[in-house]
Each structure stands twice: as structure tokens, then as C-alpha cells.
Ligand binder design. Structure first.
Ligand SMILES: NC(=O)c1ccc[n+]([C@@H]2O[C@H](COP(=O)([O-])OP(=O)(O)OC[C@H]3O[C@@H](n4cnc5c(N)ncnc54)[C@H](OP(=O)(O)O)[C@@H]3O)[C@@H](O)[C@H]2O)c1
Length: 335
């Protein structure tokens, strides 16, 4: 059987193309999910640009998806057949809650991902689609929702009343982190390249925001907030010294990415004297995923969705992500 899918092909001009792809036989513990929707993450764009480790042409991109279980391997419980599901794209985390195992892998490279009519995954990666979400909303949740959850709760240990800055609100992870922090009772601020993205954050409960394109934004942020207990960031690069300067003594910077690259310098004295924590984080364990699902279902959180387009227009979805003009998740409707 073949299916329509978006594959990496570094020989074509934009690095990706729609193709007919063969589906392999189901393994005993696998399920075949007929995808209803998928969503992009910055990782897909890094793969397209050839800037992700160990990429291979011909692999179907996409880590996030929601759909219906259409077929099951011989060892899978028949109750899964016909279920509306989302897919946890974090594979082989292992038992250690502190860090993933060396076998850890993210769906969508090197294994075929979700920008396709079907995806085949181990049954352990399935969870019921949150009842309050459509397929499009649910597809936008797994990778970004999990990353934000671990950053804010596992590492950040956010508390009500704390001052929290979430950087780059337009980002897929950031919009979840900001929403979670509001629900946790924090006083939440964001930064962004665009004022309308800041307004969106405020409409979701953020206290305010700062346009990082404006030179004086750091001073403004310090004056208005008085400093932050917790910053959730993925920009890094030359923004790091400014972030460190915004933390109150004892504050924490949790970072899940380095979109702008490695920081050129580190103000070590400021960090040790003020007892600051700089903590990296990556996606999350199966326990984090379960906790995240319980949280978003209880609080009926929905992702901020920038736009939805059909699989046939997936290349336009990547062009949008490359432009950086989106607010929140870019979703691809599949069936
Ligand atoms: N470790 C992990 O498990 C993990 C998981 C997910 C993502 N990531 C990484 O985290 C980063 C974000 O991922 P994503 O999927 O959320 O990407 P995304 O949706 O493309 O968002 C990226 C955001 O970065 C923000 N940004 C750009 N320059 C900035 C600056 N100078 N200061 C502050 N923010 C800036 C922009 O915010 P505005 O649009 O508001 O200006 C942009 O929307 C990527 O590097 C990705 O690879 C890592």
C-alpha cells in the first residue's frame, strides 16, 4: 500500500516534496493511524534546511499528529481500533525522569513521521485525543505542549504569584508555556517581534509584553516587572546576557532551544553571585506527557493555531514557518 506524504529531499530546490511512499508491514506492537491532522515544529524546518543531525532523504517529516487507529499489530489490544488518538512523538525516553536515554528518538526523523496520510507507531505512543479538542487542535499539542510542560513545571517549578517571562510568544512551544503559566497563577509577560502577537498573549491572560525589536525593551521589562523569577526561552544566542540581567537573585532561566545559536559570552560572576539557575530541557518523559494531558484536559487549554492548510499545501506551511510571521502552531489538515 502507498500513501501521499511530505518527504525530505535535499536534491529538490526547497528540500521537501510531496511523494507516494510505501507503507511497511505492521510490527506486532505497532498501530496504523489514519491521520486527520498534523502540525509543524521548528525541528521540521531545521530538517528541511539540512541543519538537523543525521537527516536522511526520503524520510516523512512531521512529529505531531492526531487521527483514528485503522489497523493494529497482532500484540495490540483490539480496543484501540477506531479510537481517536494523538501521538506522543518522544520515543524511548527510558525510566530516568531527569534525562532521556541514549535510545531517545523523535518521530519524523529518522523514522517516518506525521505529514502523511498514515503513520505507523508503537502502541505505547498513543493517547486518547483530548475530548475538548478538534483533530486540528489535538495535532498541534504533543511536541510543543510536552516541551512547554516540562520546562515550566518539572524544571521551572512555577508557583502562583511568581513573575514569569516567556520569550518569542509567536513560537509553537512559547504559546503553550505562556498559557500554562497564566493558569498556574503566575504574573506572565512575553516578548515578541510583533505587537499583535503580544496583544494575543494579553488576550490569553498575560499581564503584558515587550517587543524585542525595540532597543530599550530590556530596560522597560526590568522597570515594569522588577525582574523575573523564571524565564522560559528558546532564542539564546546574543540574547542570553540580557535574559540573565532580567532574573531576580535566585531566579531560573529554562531554555529548550537555541534558535539564535550559542551565546557569545556568559556573565559567570553575575550567575554565581545571584545564585541563578540556567537549565536546559528537552521534550519530556512519558510521565510528563501524561501529566501534561491531565493538565490540559482539566484546564481545557487549546493551542493558539496560526493557520490550517491541506497536505497538498504543506510546502506553503514550511514557507510560513521559515518567514517567522506565524503566531502559534501551523497545522496541516490531512483527511
Ligand atoms: N529541546 C526540545 O525538546 C525542543 C522542543 C521544541 C522546540 N525546540 C527548539 O526551540 C525553538 C523554538 O521552537 P518552536 O517549534 O516553538 O519554533 P517556532 O514556532 O518557529 O518559534 C520560534 C520563535 O522564536 C522566536 N524568536 C526569534 N528570535 C527571537 C529573539 N531574538 N528573542 C526571542 N524570541 C525570538 C520568535 O518569536 P516571535 O514570533 O514572537 O517574534 C519565533 O516565533 C527552536 O530552536 C526549536 O528547535 C526544542
Amino acid at each position: 500500500m502507498t500513501m501521499k506524504a511530505l518527504v525530505l529531499d535535499q536534491k529538490v530546490s526547497f528540500g521537501i516534496k510531496l511523494s507516494e511512499v510505501q507503507l511497511p508491514d505492521l510490527k506486532p506492537k505497532e498501530v496504523k493511524v489514519k491521520l486527520r491532522a498534523a502540525a509543524l515544529n521548528r525541528r521540521d524546518e531545521w530538517c528541511r534546511q539540512g541543519r538537523y543531525p543525521n537527516i536522511k532523504d526520503g524520510v516523512v517529516l512531521g512529529s505531531d499528529g492526531a487521527g483514528i487507529v485503522e489497523a493494529i499489530g497482532e500484540e495490540v489490544d483490539k480496543d484501540w481500533l477506531g479510537k481517536e488518538v494523538i501521538i506522543n512523538s518522544a520515543n524511548n525516553w527510558g525510566e530516568n525522569q531527569k534525562v532521556q536515554s541514549s535510545e531517545f528518538q523523535i518521530l519524523g526523523m529518522p523514522k517516518n513521521g506525521t505529514l502523511a496520510e498514515y503513520v505507523q507507531v508503537d502502541v505505547s505512543r498513543l493517547a486518547n485525543k483530548p475530548a475538548h479538542m478538534s483533530f486540528e487542535e489535538a495535532a498541534a499539542l504533543p511536541l510543543a505542549g510536552l516541551t512547554a510542560y516540562r520546562a515550566l513545571f518539572y524544571h521551572g517549578q512555577v508557583k502562583a504569584g511568581q513573575k514569569v517571562l516567556v520569550t518569542g510568544f509567536g513560537g509553537g512551544v512559547a504559546q503553550f508555556a505562556a498559557q500554562y503559566a497564566v493558569i498556574a497563577g503566575a504574573e506572565v509577560y512575553v516578548n515578541s517581534s510583533k505587537d499583535d502577537k503580544i496583544s494575543k498573549a494579553v488576550s490569553l491572560g498575560a499581564k503584558g509584553g515587550f517587543n524585542y525589536k525595540k532597543e530599550a525593551w530590556l530596560d522597560e521589562a526590568k522597570e515594569i516587572s522588577g525582574g523575573f523569577d523564571l524565564i522560559i526561552d528558546s532564542a539564546m544566542g546574543d540574547t542570553l546576557p540580557g535574559m540573565i540581567g532580567l532574573l531576580v537573585p535566585g531566579g531560573k532561566l529554562i531554555f529548550y532551544g537555541a534558535t539564535l545559536g550559542n551565546p557569545p559570552m556568559l556573565d559567570a560572576r553575575r550567575i554565581f553571585w545571584n545564585q541563578l539557575t540556567l537549565q536546559g530541557t528537552t521534550m519530556g518523559s512519558d510521565q510528563d506527557f501524561k501529566d501534561m494531558l491531565d493538565f490540559i484536559s482539566k484546564e481545557r487549554i487549546k493551542p493558539v493555531i496560526d493557520s490550517v492548510r491541506p497536505l497538498e499545501e504543506a510546502i506553503a506551511a514550511f514557507e510560513l514557518m521559515a518567514s517567522g510571521s506565524q503566531t502559534g502552531k501551523i497545522v496541516v489538515k490531512i483527511s
